[in-house]
Design a binder for this molecule. Structure first.
Ligand SMILES: [Zn+2]
Length: 333
């Protein structure tokens, strides 16, 4: 079946444009650290020296990029620089505070993209360097930014369309992959959740285990998992059970749309209503619809389970009421 429209309801869609923009609050004395999980043993990359100038115009493998991203930005303190301070320009100077974006009050957000090159005294954007598209500004990926009298431009780059576009693209990619995973599990009648779902568990349930497996080939998903692991609840989480339910609902509504379309074009159909018990001994009403599908050259008979509802009373009048409700919910008249 072709799903022609995927809609991810409310929360996810809103966060589409706010992905990395959602503030990750840190108090002033909190430090950000992360360990890399990507093994780059046979690589020429030296993780102990991540001066961004080393990676300019260098062809890196996906694993190397991910290793560097998960290692975090290169942000030397002023006493690590020659002369024990950042250079000055027209009386203006970069400071360690610029590694953070100020919010209201004492809150601030760590700029996990901002890297300082000691050898060149220039700033680079880690994300644009590794995952930037043709819209990425050259000054942040090749030349390096050096406008110490225009430090506000750091904030501008943060909000720039290129970066925003790149964040939205990563989010879309993550959600698209999750939709595919949800469809796969549904198609094979596999449950999504597991009994214990911590990242340290060997078996985290089908959904999370598949997400982890696919992340080996999906940079966007790998970055997303890394962020959730490192920042926990402070990070937008597309993998929570609420989001899984939204994914199921979205896929279900798409499937129903397709069924409705086929049904409305069909001249012959029948409805079969029956009740059955599930494992917890609840009586469920099944609403099955059979129709002739004329979409292909040779018409085929489709049988679709349209609804499964708990039925407390199974009198004729009650079943009829449920029939009416299901028809109304599915826009069938
Ligand atoms: Zn950037």
């Amino acid at each position: 079946m072709q799903l022609y429209k995927i809609t991810i309801p409310n929360i996810i869609e809103n966060q589409d444009c706010e992905l990395l923009g959602e503030p990750k609050f840190c108090t002033k004395d909190q430090n950000v650290n992360s360990d890399t999980i990507f093994s780059i043993e046979n690589s020429s990359i030296d993780l102990s020296n991540c001066d961004p100038i080393t990676f300019v115009k260098k062809k890196l493998s996906l694993v190397e990029k991910l290793a560097l991203i998960s290692k975090g930005p290169f942000q030397p303190k002023k006493n690590e620089l020659p002369g024990n301070n950042f250079p000055q320009k027209y009386g203006h100077r970069f400071t360690e505070d610029n590694y953070w974006r100020k919010l209201t009050g004492d809150d601030r957000v760590h700029r996990d993209w901002l890297s300082y090159s000691i050898s060149r005294n220039r700033l680079f954007c880690l994300y644009c360097m590794f995952f930037g598209d043709k819209y990425a500004q050259k000054s942040w990926i090749e030349d390096g930014f050096q406008g110490w009298n225009r430090l506000g431009d750091i904030g501008l780059h943060e909000k720039s369309k290129g970066k925003k576009r790149e964040e939205v693209a990563i989010n879309r990619d993550v959600v698209n992959t999750l939709v595919e995973i949800t469809q796969f599990l549904g198609k094979h009648s596999l449950s999504l959740r597991g009994h214990r779902e911590n990242w340290s568990e060997a078996n985290k349930g089908n959904f999370k285990d598949l997400v982890e497996l696919i992340s080996k080939w999906s940079p966007s998903l790998a970055i997303h998992i890394e962020k959730i692991k490192n920042k926990g609840r402070k990070e937008v989480n597309f993998l929570s059970w609420e989001r899984q339910n939204q994914l199921i609902d979205s896929v279900a509504s798409c499937i129903k749309l397709v069924i409705n379309k086929q049904l409305s074009e069909s001249r012959f159909f029948s409805v079969s209503i029956d009740t059955t018990f599930d494992v917890s001994k609840k009586e469920l009403l099944t609403f099955i619809i059979r129709y002739v599908n004329f979409e292909k050259a040779i018409p085929v008979i489709n049988e679709r389970l349209l609804a499964l509802k708990e039925s407390f009373i199974t009198t004729g009048i009650n079943l009829f009421t449920m029939f009416q409700e299901i028809c109304a919910e599915n826009g069938l008249n």
